[in-house]
Design a protein around this ligand. Sequence first.
Ligand code: UDX
Length: 472
Amino acid sequence: MEMQMELRPQPHVLLLPFPAQGHIKPMLALAQLLCHAGIHVTFLNTEHNHRQLTQRQALSARFPTLHFRSISDGLPSDHPRSISPNLMDIVSSLRSKTAPLLHQLLVSLMSKNDVGSAAQLPSLGCVITDGIMCFAIEAAEEVGIPVIALRTTSACSFWCYSCIPKLIEEAQLPFGDEDMDKMVSGIPGMECLLRRRDLPSICRVPTDHPVIQFFVEETRAITRASSLILNTFDDLESSILSHIASRFSKIYTIGPLHALLKSRVVDDNLSSSLRQEDRGCMMWLDSQRVGSVIFVSFGSLVKLTRVQLLEFWHGLVNSGSPFLWVIRSDVLWSDEAEQASHVTPAEVIVDWAPQEEVLAHEAVGGFLTHSGWNSTLEAIWAGVPMLCWPQLADQQVNSRWVGEVWKIGVDMKDTCDRSTVEKMIKALMKGEDKEVISRSVDHFAKLARTSVSKNGSSYLNLEKLIQDLRNL
Ligand code: UDX
């Protein structure tokens, strides 16, 4: 194998993440894994995120075949660029302004004399695009280059997105606010499991809303990619993966990507955060009892009202568990940020934490989360039970799976009043179901370890992907 690597010229692949933290992180983990195998990677961020990614130089120094490039997102410089509530602004600008620039860049990277690269690179042989950036599939088709799509969500939520046109056809969508507990039929493999409130959040808007149209279009377009990469592992989602397989000729399940990177490449992953991490909380964790702390983090996009923030605060304090809470500087809806007073003592609040390390700390015994897919995988890997408060996109589906299928946490869904928060935290940290949940948590943490270890499913699927890229 090593001999072959030396003899054959290594391919050059362009990786294009959607411009958001939760998308950049798994794509960057994949980039490092490919570079570790000697493959040349051009990692293309928007100019804005390129500047925010402070570890760029350290990453390039560690992986000499990793080359960062940037492209305009077409938005004015003073645009807030936060996905919520600006998703459609960002998407329209990417489709109309970034897409033609991407086309030009592909042409340039395919010719031998690309002027933008610092190093002499082999001609570009493949694009791996985020699965909600399907204009890149079109651009790749135009220049005649293979394209693979990476979807950063769970397989179960991706399958729900794929079935939305069917739900519309069957008039299960749209639904109003009433009867959110009604069961949803029509998603193969998920019978008697999903209530309306468990569907992706876009199902709560009228079916002619641009956001639902966007996801329907992207989910249709993604099937034009030659294959699909998913950040999940077979033992976690095998039954749903068999349904997705009917739509793709090849699927590479290579998750959890952060863990595969740790186990195959380097134990000390360089941060791919777009925000400055506050490491001070690690010392505070060192001073806490084993398994006593609840870690609270709602990812990079979720916003809260001031009332919700206060309800969580009271619920957390009343639960009696010590807690560490990530409160991003932009977590409040902008019209409420002005009125926000600091309601919490500084030692347990951080603007942005080294989340993977926090979850791995022995003091952490529970995770109050928004059920973003990266966070869910990180908790599974670390063996930490979850209390889920999903808000957007795929999160509603993920939390249902956490609570009902994998039984590795509890799903609080659409409520966060102080008494519910208190009750749920107590149930998670000290309640009757703690034993059952702990057993499932251990079980899935072990399966995750098996999947990324030598000859595990994700390990082997990555090998296949690398081979297939070399054979293109
Ligand atoms: C959203 C979706 O919900 C997610 O499922 C989708 O795949 C990407 O977009 P986001 O809100 O960013 O994601 O959540 P999540 O997927 O959990 O990603 C957040 C990432 O930021 C995690 O990898 C987490 O470790 C990291 N993080 C979060 C930190 O490093 N520090 C923090 O303080 C908080």
